[in-house]
Design a protein around this ligand. Sequence first.
Ligand code: HEM
Ligand SMILES: *[C@@H]1O[C@H](CO)[C@@H](O)[C@H](O)[C@H]1NC(C)=O
Ligand SMILES: *[C@@H]1O[C@H](CO)[C@@H](O)[C@H](O)[C@H]1NC(C)=O
Length: 364
Amino acid sequence: MLAAALATLALAGVTTARPAASVCADGVTTVNNPQCCFWANVRDRFINEIFLGVCQENVHSLVRIAFHDAIGFSLTDPSKGGGADGSIIMFGDTELNFHANEGIDFITAFLQPFADTVGVTYGDAIQFGAAVGLSLCPGAPTIPAFVGRPNATMAAPDLTVPEPFDDPDKIFARMADAGFTPVELIHLLASHSIADQAGVDPEPQVLGAPFDSTPFSFDSQVFLEVLFEGILFPGSGPNPGELMSPLPGEFRLQSDKRFSLHNETACAWQENALSQSAMASNFQTAFTKLSLLGHDQNSLLDCSELIAQAPPATASQGFFPAGKTMEDLEIGCDAEAFPTTLVTQAGQPTMIPPVDVQDIAFGN
Ligand code: HEM
Ligand SMILES: *[C@@H]1O[C@H](CO)[C@@H](O)[C@H](O)[C@H]1NC(C)=O
Ligand SMILES: *[C@@H]1O[C@H](CO)[C@@H](O)[C@H](O)[C@H]1NC(C)=O
């Protein structure tokens, strides 16, 4: 049967440059690097037991913790932490009390026992988990999956994670200390395309209020919607770090709005608003760098072959939510004209529903 199939391929002139795949011990999974068999099982367990197969709250939380763990790092000051090392879990008694880490305890409660059970370090559980999780989000790029991070040896100190009420220049300085330019920060903020809040405004009606109208799709909509003039507070606002949002149910971070208007970042913001493909590839580069902070890539095992390509985003081009027009935009980028070709959704403006909390299928 196999021989016949191969003969057919040979007759058809099909050749392949790939190395022969190895079959893992389960008899089903095939990999090019046999060392990745173990990680194929971790991947499948992440998808089935933590993410339940969808780009919802648990994927969103994994991507947030991936940032908060990794950014405990400085190019010049080793006391700022070991980067993407899992210290936020290993030293959770310290780091989870920092104000900026409000709400991170929720995913940690799943992730810590999961990592202990499957036998991976917290640094790998966080970064590998984020790469696997993003593969479930329509529109997301594939994130290379490097593994083999050692255990963290110290907690990161307080104030390495930016707050939404911080001035842009203060945030740029913190990111520069960790090796990121203001434009690279904008590229990382594509993550806010799959994001919502619970702690900036703790009122129940904005528990899970998303930052854009499409929180289950890794699309450019967040960059576009932040450009609209704010007209309402969806909950009890104003709260520190919050500005008025353009749509009922939607939540706006002060930092996001200010980046969209800042002369160092407004054009990078607009570029992402106008191009789904640029946004995805910009994020791929910046997030890969983030996931490797504190590590030498050459000392890690590359299991990127395990990460599936996410499905395409529902809309390949940003759209104006119903009721919004060019008149509602606040443009910060002088260098590039804003095109007049974006289409407004038909119908009446609607309330943006919150993102629900998700259970897990692990340890029950
Ligand atoms: C300027 C820097 C940033 C600030 C001030 C900021 C601030 C925030 C805040 C306040 C929330 C809401 C948290 C809550 O109330 O539950 C949030 C959510 C989130 N952030 Fe950021 N963030 C920043 C950068 C980033 C970066 C670089 C990433 C990842 C690469 C990221 C990923 C996320 C994700 C995925 C969520 C949603 C979490 C969820 O829905 O559970 N953020 N961010
Ligand atoms: C990380 O620490 C745990 C104990 O907390 C230990 O079981 C595990 O072997 C360590 N992993 C590595 C790679 O050092
Ligand atoms: C932004 O404006 C400040 C002064 O307000 C200036 O020093 C800086 O060079 C400007 N940056 C860019 C990229 O134009």
